[in-house]
Design a protein around this ligand. Structure first.
Ligand code: 13P
Length: 247
C-alpha cells in the first residue's frame, strides 16, 4: 500500500548537510511508490531544492506565519514558502504549542493562511502524558480538531494531513501501542465524519519515536496513511529504508 512518509529534521542539521542528505535520499528511494516529504528549517530550502530537483521528494517547512505580509520582523509567510519551492508546512507541532505558546486559535489562522496560499498542511494533534493517564486523550484530541478546523471547508481537507503525535511519545523512545494508535486514528476519522460528512476523505499519519526497528509494524497499520519521523529521519540511511518500504 502506498503511504505518506514524512521526515521532520527539527533544528538538528545545518544547510550544508542538505546536499548529501538530499542526494542520498533521492537515490535510495528512487522507484518508491510512497509519497516522501522532508520538513526542514527555512535556511535549508535552497540547497535541498537544488539536489531534490528531478526526484519526487517534496519539501516541507516546519512553521509559517499566520499573517500574509507586513510588519512581522523575523516571520516567514506562506507565499514566501510557496515561492521557495515548498509544498508542505507543519502546523500545530507540540513543540511549537508548548515552547512558543501556540494556541488552537493561532494554529487555525496559520492553517487557513497556508491553505489560502496553496500550501499543503501537516496538522499535528496529540495529548500529553497526564491527559492520557487521566483517560482524557480522546476528548482532548477531539477538541483540538474542532478548534483548529473551524472555518475549513471540506474540499480543503484534500490538502491536509492530520498527524497524531502523542506528546509523551515524541523523542522518548516509547511509541504509542498499535491499539492506542488504532483507537485514536479511528476517533480522528469519526470526528472528521461528524464535522463534515461520512464520505469525507482525510489522511492520518502517526508520529512519536518511530525508528528503524518499529517502523514497519506501525506504518503497516491499515488505519494509517503513513508516518511523521523525527529523530530517526536524521540518519539518511535509516530514513531511506523507512521511506522506500513497500507497506
Ligand atoms: P521523534 O520521531 O523523534 O519522536 O519525533 C516525532 C516528531 O515530533 C515528528 O514531528
Amino acid at each position: 500500500m502506498k503511504k505518506i512518509i514524512i521526515s521532520n529534521l527539527k533544528m538538528n542539521t545545518v544547510p550544508s548537510d542538505m546536499k548529501s542528505y538530499s542526494m542520498q535520499l533521492a537515490t535510495k528511494t528512487a522507484g518508491s511508490k510512497n509519497r516522501i516529504i522532508v520538513c526542514m528549517p527555512f535556511t535549508h530550502f535552497h540547497t535541498a531544492k537544488q539536489f531534490l530537483d528531478g526526484s519526487k521528494i517534496e519539501i516541507g517547512a516546519q512553521n509559517v506565519s499566520d499573517e500574509e505580509a507586513g510588519k512581522n520582523t523575523g516571520e516567514i509567510s506562506a507565499s514566501m514558502l510557496k515561492d521557495s519551492g515548498v509544498s508542505y508546512v507543519i502546523v500545530g507541532h507540540s513543540e511549537r504549542r508548548s515552547k512558543f505558546k501556540e494556541t488552537d486559535r493561532l494554529i487555525n489562522k496559520k492553517l487557513k493562511m497556508a491553505l489560502s496560499q496553496g500550501l499543503k498542511v501537516i496538522l499535528c494533534v496529540g495529548e500529553d502524558r497526564v491527559t492520557r493517564e487521566n483517560k482524557g486523550a480522546c476528548q482532548f484530541v477531539k477538541k483540538q480538531l474542532d478548534d483548529v478546523l473551524k472555518g475549513i471547508y471540506e474540499n480543503e481537507l484534500e490538502s491536509v494531513i492530520i498527524a497524531y503525535e502523542p506528546i509523551w511519545a515524541i523523542g522518548t523512545g516509547k511509541t504509542a501501542t498499535l491499539k492506542d494508535i488504532e483507537k485514536m486514528v479511528g476517533l480522528i476519522r469519526k470526528e472528521i465524519a461528524y464535522l463534515y460528512n461520512d464520505k469525507t476523505q482525510i489522511s492520518v499519519v502517526y508520529g512519536g519515536s518511530i525508528d528503524i526497528k518499529n517502523y514497519k509494524k506501525i506504518i503497516s497499520l491499515p488505519c494509517l496513511d503513513g508516518a511523521l519521523v523525527g529523530g530517526a529521519s536524521l540518519d539518511v540511511d535509516n530514513f531511506s529504508v523507512i521511506a522506500r518500504e513497500n507497506y
